[in-house]
Design a protein around this ligand. Sequence first.
Ligand code: AMP
Ligand code: ZN
Length: 458
Amino acid sequence: MGGTPELKLYNTLTREKSVFKPIDAENVRMYVCGPTVYDYAHIGNARPVIVFDVLFRLLRHVYGESHVTYARNITDVDDKINARALRDYPGLPLNDAIRAVTEKTETQFLDDAKALGSLEPTVQPRATDNIAQMIEIIERLIARGHAYQASGEVLFDTKSMAEYGQLSKRNLDEQQAGARVAVDAHKKNPGDFVLWKLSDENEPGWESPWGRGRPGWHIECSAMSGRYLGDVFDIHGGGLDLIFPHHENELAQSRCAHGTDVMANVWMHNGFLQVEGRKMSKSEGNFVTIYELLHTETFAGRQWPGEVLRLAMLMTHYREPIDFSVKRLEEAERLLAKWPAAEPGDAKPDETVLNALADDLNTVAAVQALHALAHSGNDAVFAASAALLGVLPKKTEIDEAVAAEIDARVKARLELLKAKNFAEADKIRDTLAAEGIQLKDGKDPATGERVTTWEVKK
Ligand code: AMP
Ligand code: ZN
């Protein structure tokens, strides 16, 4: 870890920022709850994608690329998916309709994540590929006295776990008070939640010891994290809204099934992206999709490049709320325009940027440091540092035909120089400069001959 500062992370479980110590530095393991694939992701959903991608990049930098496993699931079984399938594909058999919805939405999500500059997680398990693992965990929970069958459901018995509520810091009595109106008669306790429920013939289902049915949402993540990261792993992440009930319930299921003291050592939650003070969400109806921002003129009458969306997001600390506005996007765009497009080569990231990120992902300070670095003239160090944030400005792409044409003019100028026709040679150089192409003259060290390279001026 030479030269790398201690990594400090805020842990929702302890409500404290503390030094991160991996269980195994050779295999640092992080799980982040991914999308339920029934509709386009909105720009609020992009926040955990980007935030945890920065953490993934930082962990890879600190522990080595091959020593970090990042799992982000795809939830492809959910009643919202069924409803969408029936609405959008009324003529198809249900299973085919469901597949049409989930495949289309998953592909779109992966395209969005890529356009936002995110690396692919190490594994991206789908819920429907892990039904057997879910059944196994539910069987264990029943065997250990933490779950029971009632009215066509298998439910988790929240009273069976003394520490239930430890993540959200709710106690059962509070939950009881909150849930009084909607107490389901078949539940032992109002907070008990579904692990498995029976499906009728019009609903997707899998055979299980409790009949043909489908899993509850929370059990999916316990099964997939357990399968790919183990019973206990390092970091579990997601948005603030997942603390309760989703993460509380995942934690309860995993701990009770495996008999462990913890599920993940560190729980991290990003704040909300909001519009005029309200959380952006489908239910509020105040959302704009990532797709619309990238590819249509829906938002402020223009398209917004992925790197602008990403930088705009990182200009606020991940635990703070973000107000999504045109002003913020324009600010990010102005910054990016001033940054050099360069290759990191072997350069190491700047220490100020690294220290900022190591302090609970202080991307605000990191962006400031990066901006200072952009004018330092050390483009390689800038690029290595920008890569940690995943906001490397793109080199202006030139199409091959144009590049060949520029090469030809550069060559013609070299011929003119050889012939000592300096006036004509300078004319070519000046015309190219006016077109934004800068020439650099040098000597081939081997032959001593004059060589000229060119680049697009920023
Ligand atoms: P969902 O599809 O609603 O389960 O959300 C997928 C991920 O996006 C979860 O980690 C949510 O916590 C997160 N998320 C949803 N809405 C927002 C928002 N407005 N701001 C930030 N994160 C959000
Ligand atoms: Zn989850």
